[in-house]
Write a protein that binds this ligand. Structure first.
Ligand SMILES: [Cu+2]
Length: 781
């Protein structure tokens, strides 16, 4: 039997592998002695503290991030009688050993014996203004993951991961194999590594937040004694980091290094040698592609075993906004706050992040200083914490993930238990946080899930809370004060910093969230039954427990006056700044198994077709974009994400919005039928008149929130209203956003943060102020 299986457990014996595959497919526990499930960790484990790489306090974040793989104890959900609905009361879990890719602290001793438990990558804790100097090592053993790209191109495969009869082909009604996905917009390359520093305002190219870099693994199994280790480039990287620091300190906008020749010769020569050997052995042409880029003064993409990340977290200096001119003046600074990092190799972002390749990236600044000044000065608190100098450093950091070992599409459609909507926090299901009655904690929450949003209706009874920041950007003090009443929807990629006060009485509380990929899943839409979707509304799942017990001083939520003031570059983007620079970007997904299922502006990601890229010609341009979502086969609010600069939302139109007028059942807010009598709050939208496709309430906001991920409201089919093509019209949902393309020019990306969509094509390149002759030569393959 020829089953080419990717991203799954290392195959020890054929019989065992088939058993494991079958188990994953049909969602049953493996009962064979050979593949015995292991004991799961009980729920309500104390929240794990993630290891940290911390700023040296002298302007650097230095360390080694090791990408490795290991056998882990992974929990799979088993449906028992209640269907495969996450959160169903009778849900049980089984745990199996599973090879998983993981970011680790380089040089740290690995767990001795037994199975490791999933653990996020190290928390990076930097200070605003720091130069990030990270050595990235990739030592994944690709043999642990079947036929991924490293071997697949060799054997003349499609370039895509292949699971016989399942992916990338599917079998149609006539029993014929038809392609679903075509390279490069398919799952592939899962042992290639890199790091995306999500939420950084920095150099998008070269050794900055460059997601087009592809580092192939080097390890002892593959390269013997010549494997790349931490020692291989220790000297070369140290030399490079010194030079890089000098250049970036002299000019925060310099985007140094610029050329291949800026890297140390020792590293360049050795990389060329390794790539050439790799190409010869594997019948590939990675060095050829690098060489072509180098000759065109573009940055090469392919590396073996190691990469030096060097970039600045630029601190905004001017006291006025906009700052006076000058080449070196930053228009905007890096916002201090809760950022994160994750795998971003196109084709394997979903599987890599599901495996656990994500981590928190905290950037400290005045935002923290203000909180510390307030909470450090509470005398009783000082005694309680034994004079903790930096209160914010003692607070819970929570990285949420939907952990899984195999892509959903690489299972047959039924019984998907893997990568389920149960959320782990710091690698554990339903951990427990300890608070004393009346204690205030700061919760930094990152939703690093590759798929689901978490809808948080409220915290448990007795808890009070305020939101301090969204997506690593602090709230204006007034927004902080107004928060704490409305539900939160934390989409894949979003971060929230919450200030949470425990009730004054002891007890065990449960924080529950509703997993979703569309607002229509949270609030069951009125015609859901007719459309048979979604049925039923997913029940809530428990994210974590809070054990309120013990004794300690009652604390207060910080008054808004004591928060760090809003930096000038975070003021609202005005109409005048936009100056008519507008454009429309359209996301759409076709139905399951349709060709080219996930698109932006009607096209899938292409590294080569520059006409399909979004070009912003001049640096320091402000634009207003309407981001449309025409997906309607089922509601999916694709979470829009763009690198390098955050944005503000000015308008949202959700055609699926549901309201409950007094004395009525829930109804659609927007009514497509002109003959229907409108209830209070409802509005008529004529599907035949596109000008009417907009919100009917004029909600002008000020002190707008900054985001770097925002779910685009799904489209809604207007049944009975045919368009020119004879098909029912889809009334697209949208939001309008404003952003400043400032400080850093270059080539970066925007994409859907449902990462399986990104891998399968829902991504495009944004080129900001790249001269035509350079643009013609970037990423020339
Ligand atoms: Cu999407």
């Amino acid at each position: 039997m020829k089953t080419r299986l990717v991203g799954f457990q290392r195959i020890r014996s054929c019989a065992l592998s088939i058993l494991l595959v079958t188990a994953a497919i049909i969602g049953l526990p493996v009962l064979s002695a050979g593949a015995a499930p292991v004991d799961c960790l009980p729920m309500q484990q104390t929240l794990v503290k993630i290891p940290e790489i911390v700023t040296d306090g002298a302007g650097h974040l230095r360390g080694t991030v090791l990408l490795n793989d290991q056998e882990e104890r992974v929990a799979f959900r088993i449906p028992l009688g209640g269907g495969n609905v996450p959160g169903a009361p009778n849900t049980k879990f089984t745990c199996l050993p599973q090879f998983m890719r993981a970011y680790q602290v380089g040089g740290a001793p690995s767990a001795s014996g037994g199975l490791a438990d999933p653990m996020p990558g190290p928390t990076l804790r930097a200070r605003l203004g720091d130069i990030v100097q990270l050595t990235f090592l990739n030592q994944i053993n690709s043999a642990d993951f079947g036929n991924s790209i490293d071997q697949d191109l060799v054997s003349g495969g499609s370039g895509c991961d292949e699971v016989s009869g399942v992916y990338p082909h599917t079998v149609n009604q006539n029993g014929k194999q038809v392609p679903v996905d075509v390279f490069p917009n398919c799952f592939h390359g899962s042992s290639t590594g890199n790091m995306h520093f999500h939420g950084t305002h920095t150099n998008p190219d070269t050794t900055g937040d460059n997601v087009l870099v592809q580092v192939r693994p080097s390890n002892a199994q593959q390269d013997g004694s010549n494997a790349v280790t931490a020692a291989t480039y220790e000297k070369a990287f140290a030399e490079f980091f010194i030079k890089c620091e000098a250049m970036l300190k002299a000019d925060p906008r310099s985007e140094w290094p610029k050329r291949w020749s800026d890297l140390p010769r020792e590293f360049r020569d050795d990389q060329q040698d390794r790539l050439q050997k790799y190409d010869a052995k594997n019948n590939q042409n990675l060095w050829g592609l690098d060489e072509k880029a180098i000759k065109a003064n573009a940055w090469p993409d392919y590396y073996m075993g190691a990469y030096p990340y060097c970039f600045q977290l630029p601190k905004y200096m001017a006291a006025t906004y906009p700052p006076p001119g000058g080449d070196k003046a930053l228009q905007v600074g890096q916002s201090p706050g809760t950022q994160w990092y994750h795998a971003h190799k196109h084709g394997s972002t979903a599987i890599d992040v599901s495996n656990g390749m994500s981590g928190v990236f905290i950037i400290e600044g005045e935002y923290d200083d203000a909180l510390n000044a307030y909470y450090n000065k509470v005398p009783a608190l000082n005694a309680y914490y034994n004079k903790v100098p930096d209160w914010t450093r003692t607070q819970p950091v929570m990285l949420v993930n939907q952990i899984g070992g195999t892509q959903n599409l690489e299972h047959p459609p039924q019984g998907r238990t893997d990568k389920g909507p149960d959320f782990s926090v710091n690698g554990r299901l339903q951990p427990k946080i300890q608070m004393h009655p009346g204690e205030v904690q700061m919760w930094r929450i990152v939703n690093s899930s590759s798929r689901s949003a978490m809808y948080l209706p409220s915290l448990p009874e007795g808890f009070t809370w305020r939101q301090l920041a969204q997506d690593g950007v602090q709230f204006a003090p007034d927004n902080y004060e107004k928060s704490g009443k409305n539900p939160l929807n934390i989409a894949a990629g979003n971060r929230v910093d919450l200030l949470v006060k425990a009730p004054l009485t002891a007890g065990l509380a449960q924080v529950q969230v509703e997993p979703n990929v569309a607002s229509a899943e949270i609030h069951l839409v009125p015609d859901a039954k007719a459309r048979k979707w979604p049925t039923p509304t997913p029940p809530p799942v428990t994210l974590l427990w809070v054990d309120v017990s013990g004794e300690g001083p009652e604390m207060q939520l910080i008054p808004k006056e004591k928060l760090a003031p809003l930096p000038p570059y975070l003021t609202d983007i005005t109409d005048r700044e936009v100056a008519g620079h507008t454009r429309t970007i359209t996301f759409a997904s076709g139905g399951p198994n349709s060709k080219g299922q996930h698109t932006i502006n009607g096209t899938q990601f292409s590294e080569t077709d520059r006409k399909k890229w979004v070009e912003v010609k001049k640096l320091n341009t402000v634009e207003e974009w309407t981001i449309v979502n025409n997906t309607a086969f089922q509601p999916i609010d694709h979470p829009f994400h763009i690198h390098i600069n955050p944005f503000q939302i000015t308008e949202v139109f959700d055609p699926n919005q549901v309201i409950t007028p007094p004395g009525s059942d829930p109804v659609y807010k927007y009514v497509f039928d002109a003959t229907v009598k409108l209830l209070p709050g409802q509005c008529y939208v004529n599907p035949l008149n596109k000008k009417m496709w907009k919100p009917c309430d004029d909600t002008k906001s000020s002190q707008r929130i900054w985001w770097d991920v925002f779910p685009i409201p799904s489209g809604r089919t207007a049944a009975g209203f045919a368009g020119p093509d004879g098909k029912d019209i889809v009334v697209g949902g949208y939001f309008k956003m404003r952003t400043r393309f400032v400080d850093f020019s270059g080539v970066y990306v925007m994409h859907c943060h449902i990462l399986a969509h990104e891998d399968r094509g829902m991504m495009t390149v944004v080129a900001v102020a790249v001269p035509p002759e350079v643009l013609a030569n970037v990423h020339h393959h």
